[in-house]
Design a protein around this ligand. Sequence first.
Ligand SMILES: [Cu+2]
Length: 271
Amino acid sequence: MAILNRMLMYVSGAAMLATASPALAGEGQPSPWQMTFQNAATPIMEQITSFHRFVNIIIVCIALFVLGLMIYVMVRFNEKRNPQPSRTTHNTVLEIAWTVIPVLILVSIAIPSFRLLFAQYDFPKADLTVTATASQWYWTYDYPDYGITFASIIVQDADLKPGQPRLLTVDHELVVPVNKNVIVQVKAVDVIHDWAVPSFGIKIDAVPGRLQRTWFRAERTGMFYGQCSELCGRNHAFMPIAVHVVSDEEFADWLAKHKSSASLDDATAEK
Ligand SMILES: [Cu+2]
């Protein structure tokens, strides 16, 4: 029954997507039968989600309009009902309409699209800068202002603790404070990888020899997962990204614990 319900919701397409039921969206990770984006955890992802809904409604309206026209033509102007076709070739009003209306539709899409693009590249003042370095096949995170460096490696299925998602859990997550502007510098040491966290609206290539930059401001605490999103070799599917968003106090505690080089060595020795 649940499956039938889900299928009915899928069929109802635009209306469903336009009102994205939270049950179908994952919180920080994908969920079974997920049809929409994961719940937005940053203002940028909220903007991406609403832009997606807006464009989706336009797409569905156009598709229905064209379908309606085609059905009308097939019924009204088929050979039986319309044996003597008209030889009309031009209609100025119609030609202006079918030129101007699509232009207006494209402009209405371009405005929010550019607004979103500018917002993604409008870097706020950094509260925290971290560096994500991709290697075959794991991530290394640096906190340059605090001298913290650690590798973040997938946890094998056999070692998962209850509640930890398979293929997404890592031994050391990237820990960041909530409601703070985090600048992420992304680079790679071997081949092209991609640092992607769906709930943050981030997907940025890690390119050897090039320093890329993105940013996010997580508005909720919790675990947010992503995966390498550029085919990078044999273990491409096994270098997940896990971001642990915590309160300011928890972050301060975490920093204090990891700042001393002794605990750092421990963290690296575990690898
Ligand atoms: Cu990769």
